[in-house]
Design a protein around this ligand. Structure first.
Ligand SMILES: Cc1cc2nc3c(=O)[nH]c(=O)nc-3n(C[C@H](O)[C@H](O)[C@H](O)COP(=O)(O)O)c2cc1C
Length: 130
């Protein structure tokens, strides 16, 4: 899913995309948009994502006004991408316009296309003059 999102975002000229499995909290401030892929385990986000936000908050890293989006694979309830989006919006005051994008277990081709479109829309938002 992350690769498809990145591919969609890269389709726009002038947009630089980084696809990372892990990023230190201090680097979050370097990006204009942050798109997080997170699966749902035990009705929650994974601990690495939780720690990332905890650390960003502790170090008072400002993400205010940055564009945020989430996506993720799930089995039956799929809360994690929504929970992450709420933290982005309510705690870090990020700009959220997209609903979480979910894939049941393994994403099919149609879902991967939706991932690409999500990446492209986010990139377009960044390129649009304020
Ligand atoms: C221990 C365990 C707990 C899980 N808990 C949930 C859950 O609470 N809700 C849900 O929708 N899916 C749950 N799942 C299913 C996973 O979200 C699903 O397998 C998903 O595709 C995993 O994505 P990943 O391969 O990117 O880690 C759970 C899976 C495991 C193994």
């Amino acid at each position: 899913m992350a690769e498809a999102v990145a591919e969609g975002a890269k389709a726009l000229q002038g947009v630089e995309v980084e696809l990372n499995y892990y990023v230190p909290a201090e680097t979050l401030g370097d990006y204009d948009a942050i798109m997080i892929g997170v699966p749902t385990y035990h009705h929650d986000m994974t601990i690495d994502i939780k720690n990332l936000f905890e650390e960003a908050a502790e170090k008072k890293i400002s993400l205010k006004g940055k564009v945020g989006a989430t996506f993720g694979s799930y089995g039956w309830s799929g809360e994690a991408p929504k929970l992450v989006l709420e933290i982005m919006k309510n705690k870090f005051e990020m700009s959220i316009t997209e609903r979480p994008l979910l894939a049941k277990y393994v994403p099919d081709q149609a879902t991967l296309e939706r991932c690409k479109e999500l990446g492209k829309r986010i990139a377009e938002r960044l390129m649009r003059p304020a």
